[in-house]
Design a protein around this ligand. Structure first.
Ligand code: NAD
Ligand code: ZN
Length: 258
């Protein structure tokens, strides 16, 4: 049983104690951190998977077999939602922590680019970025915002079909992102795990790597996950956009008056 007895006191205050004393902090974020920016998650309440089967739409084999279908069911909708989305207080809270010297790197499973839009300076994109579409023939990258979706599937000038420059289920994680994430996870002394169901591998293994190397795990999520009570010492149960600003304030107070 890994739950910290001190969590019986206010968990945000406890988390702030841990963060203010930490030397090397990393955040692992998932779809949940962008929910308050209007982007639905895959799993959980209101998640996309309540409406469709992931393997039907987000697997590379499904795309290869029928790109038109995957564009119509998933990618077109993602483009509409992501074009509009702006960072929320959870993203900006991570930028505040970085400015306080209490966060070095964000490892994200998200493809929405909102950490960079908020101002985080070191973001590892585990699953790529939806801001670009890649030609399946010549490899040329096209800004998603400029892709004409009047015709589905959209095509490159060379006639090749475009696909998001993201990792589909069934594809490899970009090697550099994988290697750096493992290194950073094993070297941190605190990992903030925010808005991830911790079900998608290999991203879900990062908190385990951190924990094995002695890091404290602070989890922010309105729902319990497979990490909760196992390796996360400190679950902060609630919406990230509400909790992060409180956490930042509590850390600031400690740094202002040590
Ligand atoms: P997930 O969809 O599996 O899980 C989302 C988690 O967020 C759940 O545990 C849920 O309880 C939690 N959550 C919901 N609202 C929250 C809030 N307001 N604050 C904090 N947490 C909240 O997400 P995942 O673990 O990231 O894995 C799914 C995969 O889908 C990812 O790998 C990602 O590539 C992709 N995805 C990305 C986006 C995006 O870029 N924004 C959106 C959907 C899915
Ligand atoms: Zn091309």
């Amino acid at each position: 049983m890994m739950i910290d007895p001190n969590m019986l006191s206010d968990p945000i205050e406890r988390a702030a104690d841990i963060l203010s004393q930490a030397k090397s902090v990393v955040a692992l974020t998932g779809a949940g951190i962008s929910v308050e920016s209007g982007i639905p998650p895959f799993r959980g309440k209101g998640g996309l998977w309540e409406k469709m089967d992931p393997m039907e739409v987000a697997h590379i084999d499904a795309f290869i077999e029928n790109p038109e279908r995957v564009w119509n069911l998933l990618i077109k909708e993602m483009k509409t939602v992501l074009d509009r989305a702006r960072p929320n207080p959870a993203h900006t809270g991570l930028v505040d922590l970085e400015r306080l010297g209490k966060l070095a790197t964000v490892i994200t499973q998200n493809v929405d680019g909102l950490h960079q839009a908020a101002g985080s300076s070191d973001v590892i994109e585990f699953h790529g970025n939806f801001a670009w579409q890649r030609c399946t023939e010549c490899g040329q990258l096209h800004p998603t915002a400029e892709v004409d979706i009047a015709r589905i599937p959209p095509q490159c000038d060379c006639g090749g079909i475009l696909r998001p420059d993201c990792v589909f289920f069934g594809e490899m994680i970009p090697t550099e992102a994988m290697v750096r994430s493992q290194q950073i996870s094993s070297g941190c002394d605190v990992m903030l795990v925010i808005g991830t169901s911790a079900m998608v591998q290999p991203a879900a293994s990062m908190p385990f790597i951190a924990r094995e190397n002695g890091a404290r795990i602070i989890e922010i999520n309105p729902e319990p996950t497979p990490l909760t009570g196992r390796i996360s010492n400190l679950p902060l149960m609630g919406d990230a956009g509400r909790i992060m600003p409180q956490l930042v304030e509590a850390v600031k107070e400690r740094l202002d008056s040590p």
